[in-house]
Ligand binder design. Structure first.
Ligand SMILES: [Zn+2]
Length: 313
């Protein structure tokens, strides 16, 4: 009798814990990964069902094209009043950006989509597989207007060739005050190492997304000409729980990043309203993801999205 009670006292909590672990593990392994597209065909169908896009999956714009847009606004056609705010949502799927634009028209992406300025883009090289769909090659292409075969950054271990200047450096050399805020350390220690050593004031390493938001807000309020930054939590939650636009963890990270972006946009808008400053605001992702990873050549990984307060494509 005593033995049976003891056995029960052990078996019941152990069984309960095992059951909970099984449920949580099962949800993580089998439910979360199935809350979105499971193939490029699904993904394309989901994108084309969203009516907010200016272009289609067949004529996506290369991430490198944004370098021209920034150069034109900040250098070629800058009468002194032009400003730039660029915010990267690391690892944010286009299907999720499109969902937010449809469901939340007052979100930053929703407002820019209503202006007709929400586009599909691609990263990963001129030919898929030329460079990985990761953060370093994406940013190197975004900041230089070149692909990795030319700039040397083919994956996250690559360092930008000193021969290829970034838009940060070009603006700095034109006498503009520039800040790039980030919490992914490799941007400074690997990817843009040469420029970081030569022009350290352009780089501001922060501890986490809250630090990045503070750093960017500080730059806007203190009269910087160009404020660029990258938020990491969407990518982080994609790796932990799955890159799927219906995954609640991944979506929540997106909403948090959107709140940070909205605060920065409001600060830039307030300056534009009270001065003659002409702020070009660009939001984008640097790559997508599939399952709990990215780097490969699927459309889910190499499709990006671009939103802006100004039309340029
Ligand atoms: Zn990642």
């Amino acid at each position: 009798m005593k033995h049976k009670t003891l056995l029960k006292a052990i078996l019941i909590p152990v069984g309960a814990i095992a059951l909970i672990a099984l449920l949580l593990g099962g949800t993580w392994l089998f439910v979360l990964p199935r809350l979105g597209a499971s193939s490029d065909e699904d993904f394309t169908r989901q994108i084309h069902a969203q009516t907010v896009w200016q272009n289609t999956m067949d004529n996506r714009v290369p991430i490198t094209a944004l370098h021209n847009v920034m150069t034109r606004h900040m250098i070629a056609q800058n009468d002194g009043a032009n400003r730039l705010l660029l915010i990267v949502y690391d690892g944010a799927l286009a299907t999720l950006a499109g969902t937010r634009a449809v469901e939340y028209p007052n979100s930053p992406i929703g407002q820019f989509a209503a202006l007709g300025n929400l586009w599909l883009g691609y990263t990963g090289g001129a030919t898929p597989g030329d460079q990985t769909t990761d953060t370093s090659p994406g940013f190197a292409s975004l900041f230089t207007g070149t692909w990795g075969l030319q700039n040397g950054v083919l994956n996250n271990r690559g360092t930008l060739s000193p021969e290829v200047p970034t838009i940060l450096r070009s603006m700095h050399e034109h006498g503009l005050r520039v800040r790039f805020s980030y919490s992914w350390r490799s941007h400074g220690t690997v990817n843009f190492r040469h420029e970081m050593e030569q022009f350290p004031t352009m780089f501001d390493f922060a501890r986490g997304d809250a630090g990045t938001a503070d750093s960017m807000l500080d730059a806007i309020l203190n009269g910087y000409h160009a404020v660029l930054g990258s938020f990491e939590s969407i990518d982080t939650w994609g790796h932990i729980t799955g890159f799927n636009y219906r995954n609640p963890f991944y979506r929540r990270a997106f909403v948090r990043t959107e709140a940070d972006a909205a605060g920065l946009i409001a600060a830039a808008q307030a300056r534009a309203d009270s001065t003659d400053e002409n702020w070009l605001i660009i939001l984008l992702s640097d790559h997508g993801g599939i399952g709990t990873d990215h780097g490969g050549t699927t459309l889910m990984e190499n499709t990006i999205w671009i939103a802006s307060n100004q039309g340029f494509f």
